[in-house]
Design a protein around this ligand. Structure first.
Ligand code: 5GP
Length: 199
């Protein structure tokens, strides 16, 4: 069975997954991370997708426990206080976070775990778990990204504007990541992710 590597930093013992076991997939909202992720998981069921907690309301068709755990702000604050989140961030007015125990259990059982998260959370993971593989998905252009966000038509104008502002900020941090993939052609982007994740 795969063991977690234990390191000591500042007197605190922390578990550090072996190289390539923890995978971060980041990129601006609307870039197509979710669709890429779903195809990746369909093709490779041995990969484990970490289901996040969020305070945002479910979108049509989203299922509690599958897409997200939809929780209150108070519940997220309690999870943070109890140290039960691997990372968390506020994004476009809502909290998002990665439940720690589920991720660590999957890694202990030998699985590769994928976190589909935004930039601030990705930075936290990279700082705490330098062995994590980090992938950044880029849109072909900003105008294409705006078109994709608007075509989802699931968010208010205000939410769309906020997402676009964040997108620009996130894209300027792409160089921090191990691998950058442009989601221009879906199949090519998916192959590039597969090559990185399964290597
Ligand atoms: P959405 O509301 O569109 O589902 O997600 C908004 C953003 O939050 C996306 O960029 C998504 O990747 C990110 N996100 C989802 N789950 C988490 C999480 O657990 N932690 C962090 N930091 N970001 C997350």
């Amino acid at each position: 069975m795969m063991q977690l590597i234990t390191t000591k930093s500042g007197g605190i013992t922390k578990e550090c997954p072996p190289v390539g076991k923890l995978i971060i997939l980041t990129g601006p909202s609307g870039v197509g991370k979710g669709t890429l992720m779903r195809s990746l998981l369909q093709r490779h069921p041995q990969l484990h997708y970490s289901v996040s907690v969020t305070t945002r309301s479910p979108r049509p068709g989203e299922i509690n426990g599958k897409d997200y755990y939809f929780v209150s702000r108070r519940e997220v604050e309690q999870l943070v206080a109890a140290g039960e989140l691997l990372e968390w961030a506020e994004f476009a007015g809502n909290y998002y976070g990665t439940p720690k125990e589920a991720v660590m259990n999957q890694i202990r059982s030998g699985k590769k775990v994928i976190l589909e998260i935004e930039l601030k959370g990705a930075r936290q993971i990279r700082a705490s778990y330098p062995n994590a593989l980090s992938i950044f998905i880029l849109p072909p252009s900003m105008s294409e990204l705006e078109k994709r966000i608007r075509s989802r038509a699931q968010d208010s104008d205000e939410a769309i504007a906020r997402r676009l502002r964040h997108a620009q900020e996130e894209i300027s941090a792409a160089d921090e990541f191990d691998i950058r993939i442009v989601n221009d052609d879906f199949e090519s982007a998916l192959h590039a992710i597969e090559a990185a994740v399964l290597s």
